[in-house]
Ligand binder design. Structure first.
Ligand SMILES: Cc1ncc(COP(=O)(O)O)c(C=O)c1O
Length: 440
């Protein structure tokens, strides 16, 4: 019987053992063993799986522009594959912009949501990459930049809508719209700001919002309520004379399944309802719709970690060679990540144990918080376990904490597997291109 987490062709139990992209997971570990003697944690990603996620999203969000939110995972080969599948790229830093462009994504298919420096904005504008403006202050900074650099006149911008209405995330900290949220322009001001941006010589392409990350079907109505408001503000701005607007960006945040019992948000129906609403609000105006899914696309791999000890002191435990610096999500958010043995994967779970990391921090617990235990099969020292759903895995990694050897990123591409190209092969992060954006 297929497990809820299996993905045919990409993540399967065959002959009782875990396979990734057709390879026995344990074989990948064995082949690498002489290299790292079991010390290093492995992330195994599959390009064909990511491509399938991209195609599924494009099919379900038919007619819309799908921009991959690269923060969810940005190994160069995966970004390139997303671009080849026709996805644009949603960037949060100028270095992400540089990477996306180098991976062949066209500037008009990149959007940069970043306000921390004028250099960053100058870089995006010089490359023809639209900038998503988080705040009124950012717009003012940009007007000053354009005043001193006429070559940036006509730069394409989007304006990020804030709202006092609560958004939707899988937890409160991942809800990104609402009165306490840090980004976004107040909605009673946004039309006036768009007009001012036009009068300051900018090309206002439209409005954007992002209501949160990782939400499920229970938040469909919240999504649609916000989407309607975004469309109404768009219509209002056009009627006020912002005639350059040609798109609406509804953000990302579509949840993936982390647990068997979790309901899954189907995108096709949600999108159809959003487009019916958009047509109703905007009448005969043709308008591009954009989405920015991250984890839905990036959910294409597993993290493999080794059992270093099992036992019981005050609490029964399994201790791993991986800790939260390798993948902070469970320790940071108390997030549930499913964990299965790599060999004899379907062994019956037994008693409840704490699955802990190797760091001297009590919160370094894979089961999500120091009090969290879960039923696990009886595993042995030296076995490898797979942590599933690793979008945001390598992307959130802490590089220097406790100076452990960094995890090894492996890509399975359908014809074999290899060590992933590091970002550094394409981008010099100590001196990225944008540092020179304002040099004559
Ligand atoms: C502006 C923006 N767009 C898209 C995303 C992607 O969210 P998710 O990976 O949940 O789809 C995020 C995530 O935080 C975001 O901040």
């Amino acid at each position: 019987m297929q497990q809820w987490w299996e993905v045919p062709g990409h993540l399967e139990v065959k002959g009782g053992d875990l396979h990734i992209e057709g390879y026995l997971a344990h074989k990948i570990v064995d082949d690498l063993y002489p290299l790292h003697m079991g010390e290093r944690v492995l992330f195994v990603y599959s390009t064909p799986w990511l491509r399938q996620n991209a195609r599924d999203a494009k099919r379900e969000l038919e007619g819309a522009d799908v921009f991959y939110a690269g923060k969810a995972l940005e190994l160069p080969e995966l970004v390139r594959a997303a671009g080849e599948e026709g996805l644009g790229f949603d960037a949060v830093s100028p270095v992400e912009v540089e990477l996306a462009l180098k991976m062949g994504i066209r500037p008009e298919n990149v959007l940069m949501t970043y306000e921390a420096s004028e250099l960053g904005m100058a870089y995006a504008a010089s490359k023809g990459v639209p900038i998503n403006m988080n705040s009124k202050g950012q717009l003012r900074d940009f007007y000053r930049l354009v005043a001193g650099h006429p070559e940036f006149r006509g730069a394409e911008v989007m304006l990020r809508r804030g709202s006092a209405q609560e958004g939707a995330g899988w937890i409160d900290d991942n809800t990104t719209i609402g009165a306490d949220c840090k980004f976004g322009i107040r909605e009673e001001d946004i039309v006036r700001e768009a007009l001012a941006a036009k009068n300051n010589g900018l090309d206002v392409a439209g409005f954007h919002h992002h209501i949160g990350s990782g939400y499920g079907p229970e938040s469909a109505d919240v999504f649609l309520r916000h989407a309607r408001r975004l469309a109404e503000l768009t219509a209002e701005a056009i009627d006020s004379g912002v005639d350059t607007i040609d798109r609406i960006d509804y953000g990302g945040g579509f949840g993936v399944r982390y647990r068997g019992e979790q309901a899954f948000l189907e995108l096709g129906d949600l999108h159809r309802r959003a487009m019916d609403m958009q047509r109703g609000v905007l009448h005969d105006r043709r308008m591009r719709a954009m989405y920015e899914p991250g984890r839905r696309i990036a959910n294409c791999g597993v993290m493999l970690m080794r059992v270093v000890r099992t036992g019981e002191e005050y609490i029964p435990f399994i201790r791993m060679n991986a800790g939260f610096p390798d993948f902070p999500r469970p320790a940071m958010y108390g997030a549930y990540q499913h964990i299965v043995p790599v060999i004899d994967t379907l062994r019956e779970p037994g008693r409840e144990v704490q699955i802990a990391g190797r760091i001297c921090e009590s919160g370094d617990v894979w089961t999500g918080g120091k009090h969290a235990k879960r039923p696990m099969p009886d595993v042995k020292k030296g076995e490898w376990l797979a942590l599933l759903n690793i979008s945001y895995g390598s992307a959130m990694r802490m590089r220097d904490y406790c100076q452990f050897p960094p995890p090894l990123d492996i890509i399975a591409d359908g014809s074999g597997w290899h060590t992933a190209e590091p970002v550094e092969r394409h981008v010099n992060r100590e001196h990225p291109e944008y540092f020179d954006a304002l040099r004559d």
